[in-house]
Design a protein around this ligand. Structure first.
Ligand SMILES: [Zn+2]
Ligand SMILES: [Zn+2]
Length: 380
């Protein structure tokens, strides 16, 4: 069976389109989930939380808190948790344990060093492409939390401790160092790399930090313990998958970022969906055409075979005028009319040769127009 390369190419494009669509849909879904979660999250002030957590007035405040905010009465108690959004200043629990960046200029509570190897690699289709490989990923986190932005009168500032910030679904960190070290060049190394298909370009080291004293928005599950300590953690225990977000952006900017992403995803979905539909319909059309063409070709083969056989029984005419000879072989009689152009220019044998070509690539030898159909011609 012949393979139509255009059809194969269209198939590959359609497959790629479907992969892109799937990826876009997934991003769209997760962004909408984030928006919904952000809108659901209660906006709380850390300074106001302190009243609730103060042991003295705990009882009454808890009662008020539950009455005004909680819809499910069953979850009352010292360990009640709820999904909140709060903004405050990053503060370590123990100042002496602050993490330092490599250049000792910045200090923070979360420190991450990612080392990447950058290389150009010869891939399967013999092209050289850039590739990155993470070779080292060092992460450190010390106990830290967020304190209120407003200065407090009391000595002891309330602190909402952030539990396992590194595990957050989104964490915005400041880049304190981004260094690229090119690989040392040697001719033998270069040649070996060329043979092996990998040329090391160098290593890139990126150092990121959550800097203490910076402002941060945290969205997660808030737990107020009986002893007045407050913790913010990943809401993974709840039945719904709510995201745990640590961002330097304020709430409104965070929300609008996701809203922009959603609209970008939506329009891209429309675009790639449209492309997929056009490709799909083109492929279906072509497929039908080929199928129809093949069936047709079989019927035509019968006509041509008939013509050949009937001719062989009659004597070949040497003094045939030129205008009656087939334009391809210049020997036999013109026996076939090709449609839609209507040229009578071929003998049955030559028409058979043309028929052996691809169904969609049969052209009239006189005018190059595509041959849709053929019929027996009667030349007097
Ligand atoms: Zn011929
Ligand atoms: Zn023609």
């Amino acid at each position: 069976m012949e393979i139509d390369f255009e059809l194969v190419l269209e198939g590959i494009s359609l497959g790629l389109d479907v992969v892109i669509l799937g990826f876009l849909y997934k991003s769209y879904e997760s962004c909408t989930a984030y928006i919904q979660a952000l809108k659901e999250a209660e906006q709380v002030e850390i300074s106001q939380l302190s009243q609730l957590s103060a042991p003295k007035s705990r009882h009454r405040s808890w009662f008020q808190w539950s009455r005004t905010k909680s819809s499910s009465a069953a979850t009352e108690g010292p360990n009640e948790c709820r999904y909140v959004c709060l903004r405050g200043i990053v503060e370590p629990v123990d100042k002496s344990r602050l993490l330092k960046s490599g250049d000792l200029k910045s200090t923070g509570v979360i420190h991450k060093i990612i080392t990447k190897e950058v290389a150009t690699v010869r891939n399967g289709s013999r092209f050289w492409v850039d590739e990155e490989r993470i070779v080292k990923n060092i992460q450190h986190e010390i106990p830290w939390g967020l304190k209120s932005q407003e200065p407090q009168k009391t000595n002891k500032q309330p602190l909402v401790q952030v539990i396992e910030g590194l595990s957050a679904d989104r964490i915005d960190m400041s880049i304190v160092r981004d260094e690229f070290t090119p690989a040392a060049f040697s001719l033998s190394g270069w040649f070996g790399g060329w043979v092996a298909g990998v040329q090391l370009k160098g290593t890139q080291e990126i150092e990121e930090m959550v800097i203490d004293g910076s402002l941060m928005t945290a969205v997660g599950e808030l737990v107020i313990n009986g002893d007045g300590t407050m913790q913010l953690r990943s809401p993974s225990n709840s039945d719904r998958a709510l995201p745990f977000i640590l961002s330097t952006l304020p709430y409104s900017a965070l929300l609008s970022t996701y809203e922009t992403l959603v609209s970008v995803c939506k329009w891209s979905l429309f675009f790639f969906g449209g492309v997929g539909m056009v490709l799909g319909s083109l492929m279906i059309r072509k497929w039908f055409k080929i199928r129809y063409g093949r069936r047709h070709a079989r019927e035509e083969d019968d006509i041509l075979r008939d013509l050949c056989e009937s001719r062989r029984s009659t004597e070949e005419n040497d003094d045939l005028p030129d205008w009656q000879r087939c334009v391809v072989c210049l020997v036999r009689n013109r026996e076939v009319i090709v449609l839609p152009c209507g040229h009578v220019c071929l003998c049955a044998d030559c028409m058979m040769l043309i028929n052996n070509q691809h169904v969609l690539q049969r052209n009239c030898p006189m005018c190059r127009q595509r041959i849709e159909q053929i019929a027996r011609a009667f030349v007097p």
